[in-house]
Design a binder for this molecule. Structure first.
Ligand SMILES: O=C(O)CCC(=O)C(=O)O
Ligand SMILES: [Fe+2]
Length: 343
């Protein structure tokens, strides 16, 4: 994520063969319907409108429904989730192709900026990843800060963000149920939670070299949902201390849990340590959608998961505390934020 700074973990792990199955769950597509285009005319007339519109106009990206006119009938225009994913990858890819000056307008070292463009290098010599990070929920608040170029960026990334957020909320309910907390546990905090989109662009791997695009780290939120244009993600298998290659079938979303989930579950669910390696065949785009509570909302261990045998293992913290931690003492940090929360 770049959320936990590169080089944060000093342990070196052996890379494993690319045929290893992924240890993490994948889902093959977003549930339909996904968010669609803005109010008014259907922006892609080639896609059939096949449902009666249930919400009053003007529908918008934010409500996840689009009203459009077809002949004399008003209907809901539904994009397939595959095309939403393809368009989001395409918009990201077009953004990274823009001239450097255009992208540099978003460059900043201030990690509290709503949109931030930058590069991160592993060895300090050659940047191996460029990224664009921005908040995505609520869309009405954040979209106005997003790039206006390419012209498709806001609409296509908006649809992707809204769809992926619904997936995250559904998965979260299932996990909470699995933990015995009930699917509505802290429902409001999740509903009002923050979504951070990290759009990454990695160059093709130079011939004869194997290169890390993004150093080992864990993501801060509860859940990360990742879409990538080709393979490159690896997840640490804690039992064997080796890297497992995550397969990337087309239109598959990869889901992993982050630090907040480890805290809330009092360590029953462990954050996923992962990294990205450069793909030797092609440049790679990945989009990581990170889901957390709102900026100042504290995440703490669920009291229901604490007893004498299992005392509280983590201190409470908010996303804002996490950002403060990253900004303080950035060079000298030996501990990840999660480690700093251990009681
Ligand atoms: O590019 C990838 O596969 C991983 C990206 C990632 O871990 C992140 O943005 O947090
Ligand atoms: Fe990450």
């Amino acid at each position: 994520s770049g959320l936990v700074p590169s080089g944060d973990r000093t342990v070196q792990h052996r890379r494993v063969a690319t045929t290893q199955p992924s240890p993490v769950r994948k889902i093959s597509a977003l549930p339909t319907p996904l968010a669609t285009s803005a109010a008014g005319a259907c922006s892609t007339p080639s896609i059939s409108c096949h449902r009666r519109c249930s919400s009053p106009p003007p529908c918008s990206l934010i409500t996840g429904a689009c009203c459009c006119w077809r002949g004399d009938k008003r209907g809901c225009c539904l994009f397939s989730s595959q095309s939403v994913m393809d368009r989001a990858v395409e918009a990201a890819s077009e953004f990274f192709k823009l001239p450097s000056e255009t992208k540099q307008e978003f460059a900043s070292d201030d990690i509290r900026r709503p949109v931030r463009y930058g590069t991160s290098s592993k060895d300090g010599t050659r940047p191996s990843r460029t990224f664009l990070k921005h908040y995505a929920h609520p869309l009405s608040e954040w979209m106005k800060y997003w790039p206006e170029k390419p012209p498709t960026y806001r609409e296509d990334m908006g649809k992707f963000s809204a769809g992926v957020r619904r997936v995250a909320l559904e998965l979260m309910e299932a996990i909470l149920e699995g933990l015995g907390l009930g699917k509505h546990y802290q429902h409001e905090e999740f509903e009002n939670g923050l979504q951070l989109l990290q759009v990454n662009c990695y160059p093709k791997e130079p011939e004869g070299e194997s290169a890390i695009g993004l150093a080992p780290h864990s993501d801060h939120g509860f859940l990360t949902i990742l879409l990538a244009s080709c393979p490159g993600l690896e997840v640490l298998d804690r039992s064997s201390d080796t890297w497992r290659v995550v397969q990337q079938p087309r239109h598959a979303l990869h889901v992993h849990v982050g630090d907040c989930m480890e805290v809330l579950s009092n360590g029953r669910v462990k954050t996923a340590v992962h990294r990205a390696v450069l793909n030797h065949g092609e440049a790679r785009i990945s989009m990581a959608s990170i889901h957390s509570f709102a900026m100042h909302e504290k995440v703490s261990v669920a009291k229901e998961l604490v007893d004498e045998q299992d005392p509280e293992k983590y201190k409470e913290s908010s996303f804002s505390d996490f950002l403060d931690y990253l900004m303080s003492n950035a060079d000298k940090k030996r501990m990840s934020f999660l480690e700093s929360l251990r009681t």
